[in-house]
Write a protein that binds this ligand. Structure first.
Ligand code: BTN
Length: 305
């Protein structure tokens, strides 16, 4: 609800009774939310026309102000937000989003280094969903969808390469690293780490053809971007049945010839589908294989191996 109050105030000024009517709460509840947002560092003006957001809060601790469902822990610098979220997990915490302005030891998939200078969005979401451990990949796909939707809103033509790379014209804009722990047969916790190259020069990043929002659309305001991303992720995490249809709508892999390296084998074929919780169906010519996890490369039509 506090998030909705903030959105209405951004379009302000709006008188308290009007805001209360729009949101279906009492004027007293509106005043409580406004006060809590102010305490969280949000600059809200009260004038004759009503309450109004004076300026979009800076990217910092206020990112979490009134965000329903998540507690946000913002750090100026961390080795890795995933590492910090794992620590919080071992202390029994949940529904925490760890954010850092920079990471000094960010990790990517396959234990690769993930270079994370200031200007990017580096965050990890700690959840304890009551689902079997095998369902964990659906949260990874949900994060890729959330990032894609949030940046498409900025006019960036982002798509998803299976399972969770967010690309623009074949260049990597964002990646997701999910880590889990089991508790007997169940899932103890899940940490979904998102790295989004935002206000960074691509030349400052290593790797094969990275891109950044700065290169795609110019520097962006990360405050609304992160809130949008987290809002999308929260919706999908609460309704995981909606993840695959959303993923398919933004997928760049389906219908393409791909090479997928799993732990022990490499498969080449046409990506024909994705099934719950995020497995890729590959038509190899000898039938359809279902691949749960792997490194996927899009091939040009002429490449066959
Ligand atoms: C990938 O290899 O594509 C996944 C990259 C994930 C990077 C993010 S940045 C925030 C979080 N903390 C980390 O150390 N890694 C993830």
């Amino acid at each position: 609800m506090r998030d909705r109050v903030l959105r209405e105030l951004a379009d302000g000024p709006v008188p308290v009774p009007e805001l209360a009517a729009t949101l279906g709460i009492t004027p007293a509840a509106v005043r409580e939310h406004v006060e809590a947002l102010r305490v969280a560092g949000v600059d809200i003006a009260a004038g004759e026309g009503g309450h109004e957001l004076r300026a979009t809060p800076a990217y910092g601790p206020a990112v979490g102000a009134g965000l329903d469902g998540f507690e946000v822990a913002f750090h100026d610098s961390l080795d890795s937000t995933n590492r910090r979220a794992r620590d919080l997990a071992t202390r029994g915490r949940e529904n925490v989003v760890v954010l850092a302005a920079e990471q000094t030891g960010g990790r990517g998939r396959l234990d690769r280094e993930w270079v994370s200078p200031r200007g990017g969005v580096w965050l990890s979401i700690l959840l304890r969903p009551s689902v079997p451990p095998a369902d964990a990949p659906v949260y990874t796909l949900a994060a890729a969808v959330a990032v894609t939707r949030a940046v498409r809103e900025l006019g960036v033509d982002a798509v998803i390469k299976w399972p969770n790379d967010v690309l623009v014209d074949g260049r990597k804009l964002a990646g997701v690293l999910t880590e889990t722990a089991r508790d007997g047969d169940g899932l103890a916790w899940l940490v979904v780490g998102v790295g989004l190259n935002a206000n960074i020069d691509p030349g400052d990043l290593p790797g094969d053809r990275p891109t950044t929002l700065r290169a795609e659309c110019g520097d962006v305001d990360r405050f609304p971007l992160v809130r949008r991303l987290l809002g999308e992720f929260r919706r999908l995490a609460r309704d995981t049945g909606a993840v695959l249809p959303a993923w398919r709508a933004h997928a760049d892999t389906l219908g393409r010839r791909v090479r997928v390296a799993t732990g022990d084998r490499t498969l080449v074929g046409e990506a024909v589908g994705v099934t719950f919780p995020g497995a890729l169906e590959l038509d190899t010519g000898d039938g359809v294989e279902t691949v749960a996890a792997g490194d996927c490369e899009h091939l040009r039509p002429a490449e066959t191996s």
